[in-house]
Design a protein around this ligand. Structure first.
Ligand code: 0RA
Length: 638
């Protein structure tokens, strides 16, 4: 069959409008995709995938294929209805071309469902097009397959029919433009995480991810929806009841879905979505949910006699201890607020979610008294512990005053009082602590030695934590406080450096400290204040020459450089304590000579998984996790 052109004038006034729209996007990409870094780059993929998800929401699509191609392009293919190609009445051009170049909302070709607006999402596929070196689109519809190619957003030819087709769908493939984006390398893990999330939120769809660059293809399909999402989040925890509670309700035009379950830990893990967008900064839907949870559980506890009528009620914190929840709402005209547009602003949604959750959760507890009892028992315990923690905190406060200046006795502080240049080394063991004290630059380097095991904060409540001598010393030295009383401006050191032995005990202590920071002083990790020191594993010497090796490979390389193993002595450091002060300083502590690894938290969900798996009760997930992942750190030379 010969190629056919879909009828359209070659060039007219609408072409000019198209070119003007394109240049606006290319001039200020940040306005449309938030930024031009990796985040902005991935935004292009979200935009393309969201378009296919809109077809899923319309009940018209069941399969989405995402492919990362070896040439740096990405493809998103769906089996939806296909973008219309008939001539647009106003622009006199195929609708497809209009969708790809200018139009995004409020037209005949706009799909009416819960769509995303007001935020960075839903800006329109034409933005992806404008920021792509090239984009090729194939639409299967009305018995034909149509094709068009664009370069930097402008069509390089008309829409043509390239053959017959007995299916429908859209296939978009684009290569991000390196001249407007700082980075163009897609990260498979980032994309896989989002696709997995979407497959939980839209149980009717199956999403395939293929990476031609390397790695095996994966498929995401979760018929159980957000209930399965909560089960997945809790897979490494002991849950108080099974399956999760599931609530589905409609209030006015707002659709509300909630799945929740409790585990025997002390943390809250909640994910909230609006029209499939992860609202990491919460908003009115989350406020409504929290109010309803607190109210319903208090009413229930009073009615069933778990709480005396005259007693103070359970607080929001009490009822959220050990909570794992996913809230997914669909709102007709969402307003997203805040710097990252990740907070829902619509005020009516608070009442809608609150009313729905009040009603449905009360109903559920009525029908499942055993679940009700387990969850109330947990919240009442939390309330008692909260009271004990308050007393313990008061005690610490008074005590730290008595001790003078509030600094722990074990801390060898530095002279400088400028936090920006100060560093705190947290050192495992008194003996290594002594060596570090001798080797440090006392002007800006402080040393806090910790002896023996520190407490596992994943398994302890605040009151017990504060009774622990090491934890009190850490809190006092760092200065920002903890939990509710956290004040980041009181940070005493801009670098907090963990210096532990390269053995099992050392890595255990390191994980415990990271858990403490992540759970109780998360701002330190978010702001990139926490580092891991890299101590050498070997000293390789021959005659008057000597050098340090930080891995087995480096050791072997040094031996080779020294002309083979003859006459070479290799000293293996089993702990920091085996180095003298000068060696420790010159290999591990001195800026310029040392290597520090900065601790990053990729995202809360990911980190949560790590800490829960590593620190939780269940052994098997921990073993599997350690096999699969290395420590969550990225390399940084300082
Ligand atoms: C406009 C109208 C209709 C569908 C679409 C756009 C559409 C867009 C994309 C983008 C990626 N995949 C897509 N699939 C569909 C409705 C068409 C109709 O009513 O038949």
């Amino acid at each position: 069959m010969a190629q056919q052109t879909v009828d359209a004038p070659a060039y007219d006034a609408s072409s000019i409008q198209i070119l003007e729209g394109l240049s606006a996007v290319r001039k200020r990409p940040g306005m449309y995709i938030g930024s031009t870094d990796a985040r902005g780059l991935h935004h292009l993929v979200w935009e393309a995938v969201d378009n296919s998800i809109d077809e899923v929401l319309a009940g018209a699509c069941t399969e989405i294929h995402v492919t990362l191609f070896a040439d740096g392009s990405v493809g998103v293919r769906d089996n939806g209805r296909g973008i219309p190609v008939d001539l647009h009445p106003k622009y006199h051009r195929p609708a497809l071309e209009i969708v790809m170049t200018v139009l995004h909302a409020g037209s005949k070709f706009d799909r009416a469902t819960y769509k995303v607006s007001g935020g960075l999402h839903g800006v329109g596929i034409h933005v992806v097009n404008a920021l792509s070196e090239w984009l090729e689109i194939r639409v299967r519809r009305d018995g034909h397959e149509y094709y068009q190619r664009y370069e930097r957003g402008a069509p390089v030819g008309p829409v043509t029919t390239v053959g017959p087709s007995d299916t429908t769908g859209t296939d978009t493939r684009f290569k991000p433009d390196a001249t407007v984006l700082e980075t163009t390398t897609f990260d498979r893990e980032t994309i896989a995480r989002r696709l997995k999330e979407l497959s939980f939120l839209n149980p009717g769809v199956t999403i395939h991810l293929a990476d031609e660059r390397d790695g095996a293809p994966v498929t995401f399909h979760h018929a159980g929806g957000i209930t399965e999402f909560v089960e997945d989040m809790n897979s490494a925890s002991n849950t108080l009841f099974k399956p999760p509670i599931f609530v589905h309700a409609k209030r006015d035009t707002t659709d509300i879905e909630l799945a929740l379950q409790y585990n025997d830990g002390y943390n809250e893990t909640m994910l909230a979505f609006v029209n499939n967008i992860n609202t990491v900064d919460g908003g009115t839907h989350v406020v409504g949910f929290r109010a309803a949870l607190t109210r319903t559980l208090n009413d229930y506890a009073r009615q069933r006699g778990f709480l005396k009528a005259d007693k103070e009620g359970l607080t929001g914190e009490d009822v959220r201890e050990g909570l794992t929840a996913v809230l997914s709402v669909k709102v007709l005209e969402p307003q997203f607020e805040g710097q990252t547009k990740a907070k829902l602003g619509n005020s009516e949604v608070k009442g809608q979610v609150e009313s729905a959750v009040n009603e449905k959760l009360a109903e559920f507890l009525e029908e499942h008294p055993a679940v009700g009892q387990s969850l109330i028992t947990k919240a009442v315990e939390a309330a008692l512990a909260r009271e004990a923690a308050r007393k313990a905190r008061e005690l610490t406060r008074r005590k730290s005053l008595l001790e003078g200046g509030g600094l722990p006795g074990k801390l060898a502080d530095c002279h400088s009082r400028d936090p920006a240049e100060c560093e705190l080394f947290i050192v495992e063991g008194d003996s290594a602590g002594g060596t570090a004290k001798q080797g440090r630059d006392r002007e800006f380097q402080a040393i806090l030695p910790l002896r023996g095991k520190i407490l596992n904060v994943e398994k302890a409540r605040l009151d017990k934590m504060l009774q622990n001598e090491h934890i009190r010393a850490l809190i006092q030295a760092i200065g920002v406080g903890i939990g509710d009383e956290l004040d980041a401006s009181r940070l005493r050191y801009h670098k907090i450096i963990l210096m532990t032995d390269a053995d099992v005990d050392g890595s255990h202590i390191r994980t415990l400290l990271l858990t403490l920071f992540y759970r109780k002083m998360p701002v330190l990790i978010r702001e990139g204040r926490v580092f891991i020191a890299q101590a050498p594993l070997y000293r390789v010497a021959k005659g008057s020459r000597a050098a340090y090796a930080f891995s087995d490979a480096e050791r072997d390389q040094l031996v080779a450089e020294y002309g083979g193993s003859k006459g070479v002595t290799i000293q293996r450091y089993k702990g920091l304590g085996e180095m003298n002060a000068e060696q420790l300083a010159e290999t591990t502590m001195r800026p310029g000579a040392r290597t520090l690894l900065k601790v990053t938290v990729e995202d809360a969900l990911h980190a949560n998984e790590l800490f829960e798996v590593l620190m939780g009760e269940e052994v098997e997930p921990r073993r599997l996790y350690i096999q699969e992942h290395a420590v969550e750190v990225t390399n940084l030379d300082i």
